[in-house]
Design a protein around this ligand. Structure first.
Ligand SMILES: [Mn+2]
Length: 300
């Protein structure tokens, strides 16, 4: 069997890959990429490899229906994802096998699918714990003690992240090593410094006929931490946008209590040529976003 997996480079994507491997004993190749660079990664790969010579090409945790349908809607593709935007496009697929369902994470979706398929196989407690941590982080609930830190460790690897994550957590989560703990400590110090230096701006953004309180700030690292900090610190904040001047990207997060129903993915699509989930989205720092953020007032 000639097989390859393309999976998202984040904790959920790599967790999904491990879950798949645990149940199916997969031994094929894996390539990590992001939703925004999937096209580039896949095209580069397909110049060196003939996709038709593969029995299966798996795509995990990536909404490839937005701009990549021409590449992936082929008979030997199996696509498994949990993005809501992907569900809307499901009927457009003619050839690929797609399992796209609303789930808090793709890793948990994979677990649910494979647990039902391989009834004679079970996961160890450490494997199950890793899955729960990945799910906890991807949904950004952060109810489990170490899920945040697990993500920190992943993003601090230098080089092939999937390989190193597999080396350290390939049998599940059974605690951090001293090296991991040092990385976590350094990250905590870095986040504290970033938060201390934040410049925060505020204004109004009408969404669907309702005025929402929009907060904006600039950061090039620790974007989730920055957004959570702004939302927690400023009680009236509905939507927080973090502008990354280095990558010219913007990230949207929201106050889930004040606006539970607002879909940030749609908002990002409309105002920042982006997309994403209901509670977390991203886009580009286009003229529209430049104008919007320049009208905000400094608050701290
Ligand atoms: Mn995901």
């Amino acid at each position: 069997m000639k097989q390859i997996i393309f999976t998202d480079c984040d904790l959920d994507g790599i967790g999904t890959y491990l879950m798949f491997k645990w149940y199916t004993r997969y031994k094929g190749e894996v390539e990590i990429c992001s939703q925004s660079n999937f096209r580039k990664t896949y095209t580069a790969w397909s110049k060196k490899n003939n996709p038709d010579s593969y029995d299966k090409i798996y795509i995990f945790d990536l909404d490839v229906s937005q701009n990549n349908m021409d590449l992936v809607d082929r008979k030997n593709f199996v696509i498994i994802d949990h993005h809501e935007t992907h569900i809307e496009n499901l009927e457009k697929y003619k050839n690929a096998k797609c399992i796209v369902k609303v789930f808090s994470s793709c890793c948990k979706l994979m677990y649910t699918l494979l647990k039902a398929k391989y009834t004679d196989r079970t996961l160890t407690d450490t494997q199950k714990l890793l899955m729960l941590m990945v799910d906890d982080y991807d949904s950004y609930e952060l109810k489990l003690k170490d899920s945040y830190n697990l993500n920190v460790v992943l993003w601090n690897y230098v080089g092939n992240r999937a390989q190193q994550f597999e080396r350290d957590f390939g049998t599940g989560f059974s605690g951090f090593t001293q090296t991991h703990l040092n990385i976590i400590h350094l990250n905590n110090k870095k986040v504290a410094r970033v938060l201390k230096e934040l410049e925060v701006f505020k204004g109004i953004l009408p969404v669907g006929g309702v005025d929402r309180k929009l907060y904006a700030t600039m950061a090039s690292t620790s974007l989730n931490e920055v957004a959570s900090y702004v939302i927690d610190t400023y009680d009236d904040c509905d939507i927080c946008v973090v502008v990354n001047l280095t990558t010219k990207r913007v990230s949207f997060r929201k106050n889930k209590e004040s606006i539970p129903d607002l879909d940030l993915g749609q908002l990002a699509k409309r105002i920042a040529e982006g997309g994403g989930h209901k509670d977390s989205a991203g886009g580009s720092l286009n003229d529209n976003m430049m104008t919007l953020t320049s009208m905000l007032q400094r608050v701290n």
